[in-house]
Structure formats: C-alpha cells, structure tokens
Design a protein around this ligand. Structure first.
Ligand code: ISL
Length: 557
C-alpha cells in the first residue's frame, strides 16, 4: 500500500538561477530576477521550486563548488533577496527546496584552506589525502570531468581526491566532525523555513576503505564500484535523517547516478528512514556507448523497459521521481522527441508521460516552452567545465574537432544552460546586458510570451496536465501502474488505476486511467474528491523548532 504525502502529490519546477532571469544587467541570472517571475510559476501551477546552488562559490562548476554554505553568491544577490524569495513562494502556496552539495566543497572553502596548510590541522581530515604511489597518483580513478581524480597539492605535500573538478575536493564522510558540520548547516537552513533538499551525488559520499584501483585499460578508469553506494552510505543517511530530517516536515530527493531499483529501495524504502526519492539515471544512459559522448540511437522498447522496471521496482516500497531533463542533460524534446516539425506534439507527448507515470514530476526550466538543444559554431561559445575538459582531452588524443562538437551538440550540459527564453526582444528578455552564455537563436519563435498567448501551446498543455493531476490524485498520483503492449516498437501504453476508497485501500476498482497517448483535459471516470482541496497542504513545515546552531566554527562555517 502507498501512504499519502504532500511531496507525492506535488509537481516540482527546477530553476538554474544563472540562466533564469537577470535583473541587473550583468548577464547573470539572479534571485531578484526569480522574484520577478513568481507570477509565471504560479500561473503554470507548480507546487515546489528546486533551486540549484545559490551559495558563495568561485563558480568553477557554476555553484556546485561551494566556498561558504551559509552565504549567498554575490552575483545572485543577498541573503535578504533569498528570504524574499522564500516568503514570495510561501505566500503563493509554493514550497522551496535547496540544493545540498556535500560530497565535496570548493577548494576556496575555509575548511580546505586550513586543511592544506599542515598535516596537523584540525581540518586536514575533513578531506581525503594520500601520498603518491611510485611518483604518481594514489590510485587510478578518473574524475567525472576528465583526467585523474587526484591532484597533488604543493602546500599540503600530498594528493587530495576530487571525483569532479580539481577545484571540488571530496569531503571525508568517515570523519564524524564533517558529518556534524553538514547536519548543523542543514539545520540552519531548515530553521530558515525551507521545505527540503535535493542532494547532489549523495550516493557517492562513502568511499571503499583502502580506495582500491578501478583496474581498467586506460591510464585512469571509472572507479564507481568503490564509491557508488559505498559501504557506509546508508548508515550516514540514516544518521542524517535521525539528527536532522526527521524533525521537519520536508521532502528529500537524492541524486544517485548508477543506482538500480533494488539499490534505490534501500534509499527510499518507507521503513528505511533515509530519503523520499532518488533521481535514477538508467533512462539517461540509453543513448550512450562506452561513455556519454559516444552517442548511440535509443529504442522506445528499451526506454519503456527502463521506465517500467522502475515503476514496478518501487511499487509499494518507495517513491519514484520522474524527469526527462535537467541542468546536466540535453533538452528533452531534442533528445527523446523531435525538435523540428513535431516539436510541439512531441513535447506534449513527453510531458504527458512525465505527468502520468507514478512518481513526482520534475519540470526543468524552459521544458514547459519546448526549449531545444543549441549548436554553437565553436568551442569558444561553450562554458561548462565538463564539456571544456572533455574537448581538451579529446583534442590531445587526436580526435577531430568537428567530431567532438557533434558529441557536444547531442550531450553537452550547456544545451540546458542557455538563458530562459522569455520573449522575442534582444537576449530573449533574459538580460539587458551580455549574457554569460549566448541565447539559443530560436528564441524569436520559442519563448514564454508567445506560449502564454497561444492556448494550444506546450505551456498551457503543461498547465492543464498539472491541473489534471491535481483533479485525479487517486489515479494519477496513487493509482496502480499497468503496462500493455510492452513489446510494441512504437506504441507506449499503460493504465493507472485508483484503488477503491483511495490510496492504501485494498480491492482495486477501475476508476481512472491515463496513457502517454491520452490528452489532458479529457474526462476520466474518477471519483476523486481531492481536487476540491485546492493547492494541497498549506503549512510550510511542522518544524520541531530546534534552536539554530548557526554559529560558525574556526574555519568559517
Ligand atoms: O553531468 C553528468 C552527465 O555527464 C553527470 O556525470 C553529473 O556530473 C552527475 O550527475 C553529478 O551531477 C551533479 O554533481 C556535479 C555537478 O556538476 C552537476 O551539475 C550536479 O547535478 C558535481 O557537483
């Protein structure tokens, strides 16, 4: 049976602040910019906003490299601006979840500055240091962003581990002081009234003792088996839940690359006391060969198999998240649909899927407009560190420049990071200045103003999907999932059926159904009453008013 929860009934909207709305003409989106667009979010009808990192950061990885967890990035505004954002969302009946990036910090974080100074520093053991091996790195792990996962630090006289960029040193979660710092910081934000966290690569925080080699063919290889879902990850998350999360009525979603439904059940099982849901990646891997840049055609049957596996895999055990793109992935309509002639139709089809499978849907900014991938003429137009590092490495390896660009066109993260297309004016209404990354030239056709004017637009279709979901909670949120014609190469057909008497009741009675081919707004024989309830639970949180331990330690937090 499935218990009821507000975060199961919610639709989440993801904001990548750097690219959403600039308010001061510096070409970088900011918090006052978001504030000026709250009416837009309210019109769309979303329940929750997930705000990508807005903390102080040198922006090696656009805010995923945090130098201070309790300050707002200068380019984005002030803490007062952020408070106004929280107030503005709550006043409109929306909630706010923040990005929690605690697998690593920035190399400019005060902890790291202290740690590298000496082996005796109390902060040394906040990070993962090793001596070299035969004049080389401590092991053969590759970084997600090319090259080795280790960097030799002159001041420290040792190597430190960085699974992502050289400027994102991994925290040492085996150190109880690190965990305490993280829990205090989370509590500090929760006491400000936020409604939950999206947890960046949270399944990578526990590394296997001894940090064994990956043992691949190349100089550096993916060592995932030694740090994905590592030995203590569940112990840590249960502790985090006990110490922090369980005291608040909040939602959590963990980003967990490489997780299977069986493993996911350990993170989201309702009896486990860890997380509410995870972002799985299996459908994101369907068009990849040996790595993401090795682009392969995907098949609908494989896509259906993955989605169905997750629907069935977590049914009655834990909750799914549903997403088809985000700030790290190509645009949904370019990847899984058709971004030319059938752009609108395919975006609506994919939106229907997103809103009628079982799970909490996540809309990435611009998806509701059918924004597409971009093809810039040369590498100088790209900004993403993953893309730039890969480009350099492949060029050095003798790959053809045009070849590399093809991979970037299909998979580069900047596809998702071009500015939000608000209207047909200069720079798509995103900024009065020079944007930090160029706008997609198709903004003259694809933009929010045009979409809001056209009753048949993707925007209004999404708006109606959200309404439909709210009007048929028993079927669309809690109902049983059953797939038909699983082997079919071209049709994607499934039903969603409400249990008689609502969620948790036994004895199914066919009530409502939805399929990817169905149209929102169509009448369903659903007896659900929850539509009358309006926007859902009002209270932002049922906080057990734990006192803020907002005090900073010696190294600045
Ligand atoms: O982007 C990816 C696809 O190649 C992933 O490898 C991605 O790096 C991974 O999903 C982790 O993503 C998260 O952590 C990164 C950050 O760069 C991403 O933006 C974030 O979503 C490091 O913090």
């Amino acid at each position: 049976s499935t218990s009821k929860a507000w975060w199961k009934e919610s639709v989440v909207y993801q904001i990548y602040p750097r690219s959403f709305q600039d308010s001061d003409g510096d070409g970088i989106g900011d918090i006052p910019g978001i504030l000026s667009r709250l009416d837009y979010l309210e019109e769309l009808g979303v329940d929750v906003v997930w705000l990508c990192p807005v903390y102080e950061s040198p922006n090696d990885d656009n805010g995923y490299d945090i130098s201070h967890y309790r300050r707002i990035m200068k380019e984005f505004g002030t803490m007062r601006d952020w408070e106004k954002l929280l107030e503005g969302l709550h006043a409109r009946g929306m909630k706010l979840i923040m990005d929690l990036v605690v697998n690593h910090t920035s190399d400019e974080h005060a902890w790291f500055a202290e740690a590298r100074l000496s082996k005796d520093s109390p902060y040394r053991d906040y990070y993962i240091w090793r001596d070299g091996r035969d004049g080389r790195e401590p092991n053969d792990w590759s970084s997600f962003f090319s090259g080795s996962a280790w960097k030799y630090d002159e001041a420290a006289g040792q190597y430190y581990l960085h699974l992502f960029s050289q400027r994102q040193p991994d925290l040492n979660w085996d150190n109880p002081k690190v965990r305490r710092e993280v829990y205090d910081m989370m509590t500090w934000w929760l006491d400000k009234g936020i409604d939950g966290f999206r947890m960046d690569v949270i399944n990578l925080i526990s590394k296997a003792p001894g940090l064994p080699d990956a043992g691949g063919d190349g100089r550096y290889s993916f060592g995932g088996e030694h740090f994905m879902n590592g030995p203590r990850v569940h112990e840590h998350l249960q502790e985090m839940n006990r110490e922090v999360l369980s005291r608040y009525d909040v939602m959590t979603v963990g980003e967990t690359p490489g997780v299977t439904p069986e493993e996911a059940a350990n993170y989201v099982g309702e009896e486990r006391g860890e997380l509410n849901m995870v972002f799985q990646f299996e459908h994101m891997d369907l068009d990849s060969g040996h790595d993401k840049w090795d682009v392969r055609p995907w098949k609908l049957r494989d896509f259906k198999a993955v989605m169905g596996k997750w629907q069935r895999g977590l049914a009655g055990k834990g909750w799914n998240s549903l997403y088809l793109n985000n700030h790290d992935q190509p645009r949904m309509v370019s990847r899984f649909g058709d971004d030319g002639r059938y752009r609108k139709e395919s975006a609506k089809l994919l939106g229907t899927l997103l809103h009628t499978l079982q799970g909490t849907p996540y809309i990435y900014q611009g998806e509701e407009l059918g924004m597409t991938n971009v093809r810039f003429g040369g590498i100088e137009h790209y900004r993403d560190i993953e893309t730039l590092n890969m480009h350099r490495e492949h060029l050095e390896g003798g790959r053809d420049e045009r070849d590399i660009l093809q991979g970037i066109y299909a998979k580069g993260r900047d596809n998702a990071r071009t500015p939000m297309q608000w209207d047909a004016s200069a720079q798509a209404g995103f900024t009065s200045g020079e944007p930090w990354i160029a706008v997609n030239p198709n903004y003259t056709d694809i933009n929010a103003e045009e979409s809001r004017r056209d009753p048949d637009s993707i925007f209004h279709y999404y708006r109606r999907l959200i309404e439909l979901r709210r009007a048929h909670v028993d079927a669309i949120v809690y109902g049983r999932f059953e797939e038909l014609l699983e082997e079919h190469e071209a049709a994607y057909v499934y039903t969603r059926t409400a249990e008689a008497g609502g969620a948790g009741a036994a004895g199914a009675e066919h009530a409502g159904e939805a399929a990817a081919a169905g149209a929102p707004g169509a009448e369903h024989a659903d007896e659900d009453e929850t539509a009358a309830r309006g926007r859902g639970p009002e209270s932002a949180s049922g906080n057990a008013a734990a006192d803020a331990a907002g005090d900073a330690g010696a190294a600045g937090e």
